[in-house]
Structure formats: C-alpha cells, structure tokens
Ligand binder design. Structure first.
Ligand code: IMP
Ligand code: MG
Length: 182
C-alpha cells in the first residue's frame, strides 16, 4: 500500500457495487444459462467475487490475451494466446475484464468470439476509463467509471505486481517505471 498515491475505490465500495452488478446481471439473463469468460490475469479477482452473486446457471472459462502494451512490440491486435475449451455455439456469453481502457482488448475478443456463433455476447468490466478509448466500444455492465489514471489492485497490475491489494488505488508515478521490473 506504500506505493499507492490514493485509494480511488475502497474495498467496501467494490463489495457493494459487485452485489448491485450481480443483481443487474441476474435480472438481465432471467435464469438463462450463461458462459462466463474471464480475461485473465486481470479479471481473476473480480470474476471470483462477481459470480458468487449470480443466481443463474453458469459455466466458467478463461482466455488469456496478449496486449502488446510496450513500444518495442508491433502495433498488432491483441492476440488470444490461450483459447477457451467451452463450446460457445448457441450459448449466451458474458465476457469479463478488469478494465476497459483503449477498448482494443475487448473489441478484439468480442470480434473473435462472434465467429463461434454464440446466442449472444455481453461484456462486463469492473472499471471503465472512458477518456482513453481509441476504438468505439462500450461495455454492457460497468462497475465504476474512473478518470484517466493508472490504477492497480483488486486484480489490476503493474508488471504483475499489486493484483492482491483489496482496493483500487492510483500507483505513485515514481513506481511506474522502476527499470529493474522490465
Ligand atoms: P485496452 O485494450 O486498452 O482496453 O486495455 C485493457 C487492458 O489494459 C486491461 O485488461 C488491463 O490489463 C490493462 N490496463 C489498462 N489500464 C490499466 C490500468 O490503469 N491499470 C492496470 N492495467 C490497465
Ligand atoms: Mg494487465
């Protein structure tokens, strides 16, 4: 917690909002079965808490996506590097990520999943950093809208660190570039 400038969303705020979000999702699907697909690693903690609020039949699987977030990589599309094992044809799919930022990741995963002919695809994110969007994309279920600041905790990382913090905090700028972490 020493590396955090300020807490943006507290542990209690996260807990309360997840109960509400679960209610919204339950109401939307009305008892229909859903395949919940978590984009890992970031969505792990959010998904674990959110699905325990769901009162609909569901199956769970994960996808791992490479984002090419550093400048040395080509400006390629995010790539799904570990595919799901569930059969999604004719299934309602709820894709879950930790944060919607530029929109590249979710829009690309949605595009890929559409080719599998699911009955429907909806998306749910804990955080929405709308100011950063570079492709047109909105999530169907959003936990919190946040300003354009780099945040960690509750699944969100910087160089795989801080995922275990129970709240969402803004990382101190001087911690965003420690050369020994790259
Ligand atoms: P997008 O493709 O730009 O929408 O980025 C989505 C991914 O970028 C998320 O799944 C996160 O892994 C990462 N990301 C974006 N903003 C942040 C942040 O503030 N903290 C930590 N990870 C972030
Ligand atoms: Mg990440």
């Amino acid at each position: 917690m020493d590396d955090i400038d300020k807490v943006l969303v507290s542990e209690t705020e996260i807990k309360n909002r997840i109960v509400e979000l679960g209610g919204e999702i339950n109401a939307y699907y009305q008892g229909e079965e859903v395949a919940v697909i978590a984009i890992i690693n970031g969505a792990i903690i959010f998904v674990a808490d959110l699905i325990r609020e769901l009162r609909i039949p569901l199956k769970l699987d994960c996808v791992r996506v490479s984002s090419y977030r550093n400048e040395t990589s080509p400006q390629g599309r995010p790539e799904v590097i570990d595919r799901i094992r569930l059969e999604l044809k004719g299934t309602h799919v709820l894709l879950i990520d930790d944060i919607l930022d530029t929109g590249n990741t979710l829009s690309e995963v949605v595009r890929l999943f559409e080719t599998l002919n699911p009955a429907s695809i909806k998306t749910c994110v804990l955080l929405d950093k709308k100011a950063r969007r570079s492709v047109e994309f909105e999530a169907d279920f959003v936990g919190f809208k946040i300003p354009d600041e780099f945040v960690v905790g509750y699944g969100l990382d910087f160089a795989e660190r801080y995922r275990h913090l129970p709240c969402i905090g803004v990382l101190r700028p001087e911690m965003q570039n420690p050369p020994e972490w790259n």
